[in-house]
Design a protein around this ligand. Structure first.
Ligand SMILES: *[C@@H]1O[C@H](CO)[C@@H](O)[C@H](O)[C@H]1NC(C)=O
Ligand SMILES: *[C@@H]1O[C@H](CO)[C@@H](O)[C@H](O)[C@H]1NC(C)=O
Ligand SMILES: *[C@@H]1O[C@H](CO)[C@@H](O)[C@H](O)[C@H]1NC(C)=O
Length: 198
């Protein structure tokens, strides 16, 4: 049985190790007092998202750097979505190397690869826009961030659509669907947080 790359990324285990080290270091003592406040802030904000438990799971690791800053929370959510989209890029590009891939499959994989690359790019633009909210054109920047985050969901849908109703290896379809569902959920959560920023 061949093993395909899934959308798993190393980011979270690594982050957990870093957090563990920082928790056990003396420097963390001072911060310990506020940690529950920061965690509760994330939990409360996540409550308004479409996938609250995924939101908490992915964003609580950033609680101590987000503190109680909603803009930073949105940026963290977008960065988590970038990491999800990057994992998808890797998983999709590995599908290309799969043995016995048909022409139909290869074409859908190629289109999907473009979609996820676009998604990564749009998420970066959204992060960038969120960094300009203290500019004069803040309304414009905020609207841009929302547009980019929505576009990501459209891209993920477009990839999934490319495989549906076609004669495609179920294993391929399964990987694609799970990667795209991940992107959609992470981007939806980021979008909800941006929509409820003020
Ligand atoms: C979704 O994306 C996150 C962030 O990169 C990753 O840790 C997780 O493994 C992904 N899940 C799936 C099912 O692809
Ligand atoms: C989330 O919302 C539910 C009901 O909508 C509420 O009961 C719960 O206390 C909220 N949790 C947080 C952490 O805000
Ligand atoms: C939140 O953080 C951003 C930097 O990411 C900063 O520009 C902004 O002033 C902060 N907002 C508050 C209310 O502290």
């Amino acid at each position: 049985m061949e093993v395909y790359s899934t959308c798993k990324s190393l980011k979270f285990p690594l982050l957990a190790i870093v957090l563990f080290i920082s928790l056990t270091s003396p420097a963390a003592t001072a911060a310990r007092v506020s940690r529950p406040t920061y965690t509760n802030f994330v939990k409360t904000k996540c409550n308004i998202t479409t996938y609250p438990s995924l939101c908490q799971k992915t964003l609580i690791p950033y609680a101590s750097s987000v503190k109680i800053n909603s803009t930073r929370l949105c940026k963290a959510a977008l960065n988590v979505a970038i990491s999800g989209a990057r994992s998808a890029t890797v998983a999709v590009s590995e599908l290309k190397k799969k043995k016995g891939i048909t022409k139909i499959e290869a074409a859908a994989i190629k289109d999907c690869f473009e979609d996820v690359k676009d998604a990564v790019y749009e998420l970066k633009l959204a992060v960038d826009a969120m960094g300009h909210l203290s500019d004069k054109d803040k309304e414009f920047q905020l609207a841009n961030a929302k547009t980019y985050a929505s576009a990501v969901i459209t891209d993920a849908d477009s990839c999934t659509e490319g495989f549906s109703g076609r004669k495609v290896n179920p294993a391929v379809k399964k990987i694609v669907n799970s990667c795209m569902a991940n992107i959609t959920k992470l981007a939806s959560n980021a979008l909800a947080l941006i929509n409820h920023l003020y």
